[in-house]
Design a protein around this ligand. Structure first.
Ligand code: SF4
Length: 364
């Protein structure tokens, strides 16, 4: 019997002879042209930094700037987006539109009405004569423990009007790895969040890290299977990399931790994607940092060569994304919706009526 995935129009990439359901091509099909993301720092902090769940942040994250008391004005958010659009337009001739990408820190962690102001500001740029219909959607990076119902309802409402991708830092399904990273959430939190997010009209993207110390190949493949089991729409794969000014960076400099070797990473990415459903859009296959900040591994700076190596590995094997995908016993669409497990320490910050020091309207 054919699985519903077999009929998915998002499998056009197979007809195009591609080895993976690549993000750029998927956006072109959806929006009819090249789409670029513009990264926005809206001034948010993170419950892993301000003490709501813990302090210090993830061991790989340079979060020194995510001070709970920092202030980014709405006008600055506006200017980041418009100047980003102008810069990209100068660099590339044919860009059909832009996705406003709320990237640094935890972008659903603020009083919900402040979140609305920021997201609406990004969409509202389409009303300005110089930028008419330029912003085709939003991408919002967050943690699985920062999406109470109030946030999901807001994002659902926005998704009625524009494309929205909610990007969850899943990283791994193994709690040992999450503890090693100091994530301060469990995989059960991820399952709770995704089971409450599904079917609301926005895309759900999983951010996954490969090469976590102590994780075997089989453990990483179990994370791959979970992407299909939970019904994610998109995935971002990152190699673990160390940057200056982080606990991980210090450990790598001290020789205590080794990063994955390039060949091993290439094979692991291909093994991983063979298990991921064909309909899932692959937004990234590696991660990197500016050369001045990156400690290890240096090979991730050669992004094009890495992509070609992954494609060559697929070609050598005669496989593609989803070649070994086994549909889960329960269709993700039929998974029960659980109670909202957002920790009270986080919910109280999001559902407060006051304002955090960030994003004061009067600063516009
Ligand atoms: S949850 Fe995200 S923003 Fe917060 S410390 Fe970890 S990586 Fe950084």
């Amino acid at each position: 019997m054919l699985h519903p995935d077999d009929f998915d129009v998002s499998e056009a990439w197979i007809d195009e002879g591609l080895p993976i359901n690549a993000f750029g091509r998927a956006l072109r099909r959806r929006f009819g042209g090249r789409i670029q993301r513009v990264s926005i720092d809206a001034g948010f902090t993170c419950p892993n930094v301000d003490g709501a769940v813990t302090r210090g942040g993830c061991n790989f994250c340079d979060n020194r700037s995510f001070s709970p008391s920092r202030r980014v004005r709405l006008k600055q958010v506006h200017d980041q987006l418009t100047s980003g659009i102008v810069t990209v337009r100068k660099r590339y001739d044919k860009v059909a539109g832009f996705i406003a990408y709320f990237q640094p820190a935890t972008n659903t962690y603020a009083p919900v009405e402040q979140l609305r102001e920021v997201y609406e500001l990004a969409i509202g740029i389409n009303q300005e004569p110089e930028f008419t219909d330029q912003v085709v959607g939003l991408a919002i990076g967050t943690r699985p423990d920062c999406v109470p119902e109030s946030v999901l309802s807001l994002i659902q409402e926005l998704a009625d009007r524009t494309y929205v991708s909610l990007e969850y830092g899943m990283q791994t399904i193994h709690d040992e790895g999450l503890r090693w990273m100091n994530r301060a959430h469990t995989h059960a939190d991820m399952v709770n969040a995704i089971d409450r997010s599904r079917g609301r009209g926005f895309e759900m993207c999983a951010h996954v890290i490969l090469g976590i110390p102590g994780e075997t190949h089989a453990m990483m493949m179990a994370t791959a299977a979970e992407v299909g089991r939970l019904g994610f729409d998109a995935i971002k794969l990152h190699n673990l990399y160390a940057v200056r000014g982080t606990p991980l960076g210090e450990q790598v400099l001290a020789g205590e931790i080794e990063m994955m070797k390039r060949d091993d990473y290439v094979r692991t990415v291909v093994d991983f994607l063979e298990l991921v459903p064909p309909r899932v859009v692959v937004e990234r296959i590696s991660g990197d940092a500016p050369p001045d900040f990156l400690i290890e591994p240096k090979w991730c700076l050669e992004k094009s060569a890495l992509r070609l190596a992954v494609e060559a590995e697929f070609a050598n094997r005669g496989t593609r994304q989803g070649s070994r995908y086994a549909p889960p016993k329960i269709d993700p669409a039929n998974r029960p919706i659980p109670h909202d497990a957002t920790p009270e320490s986080i919910r109280s910050k999001i559902e407060t009526r006051g304002r955090l020091p960030v994003l004061k309207m009067e600063d516009r």
